[in-house]
Design a protein around this ligand. Structure first.
Ligand code: NAP
Ligand code: ZN
Length: 346
């Protein structure tokens, strides 16, 4: 199938228009026309090889919202015309313990990424969502509630699920005190979900100008992190802190803000190791955990939750020729709060 996308032809290269072929529709596949594709900071990390060697040319994009245009002969989950979402992976082994539990993101042989990855045949390069169309096995795509704006839904496919999943895993409920570090694409979804689940939400941000937005999204408190001494009164007050910061930082200060048995969940992936003070862990029996996106059943659950609570991402819709500028602005923490490419402009 002929596709047109935006690609980095080599590491660190600017995104340019790129024509390529996707596989033809298979028996269990669905074709879709992409309407919107979100720009995740993970796209930038990979184009810049901040996580190690990557596959080029790379068509990034794993926050895909569109409409089904064709279905394979055995497809029962979707019909032509349905709204459809595709997230961070397009396949997995389907047989390991993780896959059997619906936790395909933790597939023991590795999930097949939506891009910067080889499909399960070990040779077909997977090209992502900065493009006009897509083909995917029906089991790895989800339904989008019709009452939500499609542009605002696209970022839910990664940013949304990545924050929804740990909030569910750690049992967030009314009365709990939750911290969200970084008010970017992921962080702002964490604020919206934690608020909808009834928690008291504090945003930790190094961008003072985001305060009004954070409170409008449902945060109860906004803390500027530039002056560490202002954080002292918050020591030992949080049940759960979600770290969505894309850059390296001192996480010990945040560990010290956890209550007895509190958990700091690492979500941001700066590509360098964190250093941890043993004292900050021991004192309060604190934990550091990690969380990566979510499984397919939870992805659908999250979208249904968004449909019920009218939750979408705050987006800035851009055309393809703005994507390189959007990368620079994202790295500069100047995104309010997710760039979404209008795929018709590619
Ligand atoms: P983003 O939109 O760029 O947001 C990151 C936020 O981190 C920024 O808006 C900024 O918030 C804060 N920040 C950035 N640089 C900082 C610095 N030098 N010091 C302090 N704070 C800084 O990125 P994103 O798309 O939300 O992704 C965030 C991270 O999560 C990335 O590393 C990404 O690769 C990773 N990620 C992980 C998963 C997973 O499954 N675990 C999934 C997707 C993405 P303030 O302006 O409010 O300070
Ligand atoms: Zn992502």
């Amino acid at each position: 199938m002929k596709s047109r996308g935006l690609a980095a032809l080599q590491a660190n290269a600017a995104l340019t228009t790129f024509d390529f072929n996707r596989r033809e529709l298979g028996e269990h596949d669905v074709n879709l026309d992409i309407a919107y594709s979100g720009i995740c900071h993970s796209d930038i990390h990979q184009v810049r090889q901040e996580w190690g060697p990557a596959i080029f040319p790379m068509v990034p994009g794993h926050e895909i919202a569109g409409t089904v245009t064709g279905i394979g002969s055995s497809v029962t989950k979707f019909a032509v015309g349905d709204l459809i979402g595709v997230g961070v992976y397009i396949d997995s082994c389907r047989t390991c313990e993780s896959c059997k539990q619906g936790l395909q993101q933790y597939c023991e042989s590795g999930m097949t990424g939506t891009y910067n990855s080889l499909e399960r045949d070990g040779k077909t390069v997977a090209y992502g969502g900065y493009s006009n169309n897509f083909v995917i096995n029906q089991d790895y795509a989800v339904h989008i509630p019709a009452n939500l704006s499609l542009a605002g839904v696209a970022p839910l496919l990664c940013a949304g699920i990545t924050l929804y999943s740990p909030l569910k895993k750690w049992g967030v409920k009314p009365g709990m005190k939750i911290g969200v570090m970084g008010l970017g694409g992921l962080g702002h979804m964490g604020v919206k979900f934690a608020h909808a689940m009834g928690a008291e939400v504090t945003v930790f941000s190094h961008s003072p100008d985001k305060a009004t937005d954070a409170l409008a999204m449902g945060a109860d408190h906004f803390v500027v992190t530039k002056d560490i001494s202002t954080l002292k009164p918050l020591y030992k007050t949080f049940d759960l802190i979600l770290n969505t910061v894309s850059a390296d930082l001192d996480i010990n200060i945040y560990l010290d803000m956890l209550k007895l048995d509190g958990t700091l969940v690492v979500i941001g992936l700066p590509g360098v190791p964190y250093s941890v003070n043993a004292d900050s862990l021991l004192n309060g029996r604190r934990r550091i955990a990690g969380s990566m996106i979510g499984g397919i059943p939870e992805l659908q659950e999250m979208l249904d939750f968004c449909g019920q609570h009218s939750i979408v991402s705050d987006v800035e819709i851009i055309s393809a020729d703005y994507a390189n500028t959007a990368y620079e602005r994202t790295v500069a923490s100047d995104v309010k709060y997710r760039f979404v490419i209008d795929a018709t402009s590619i």
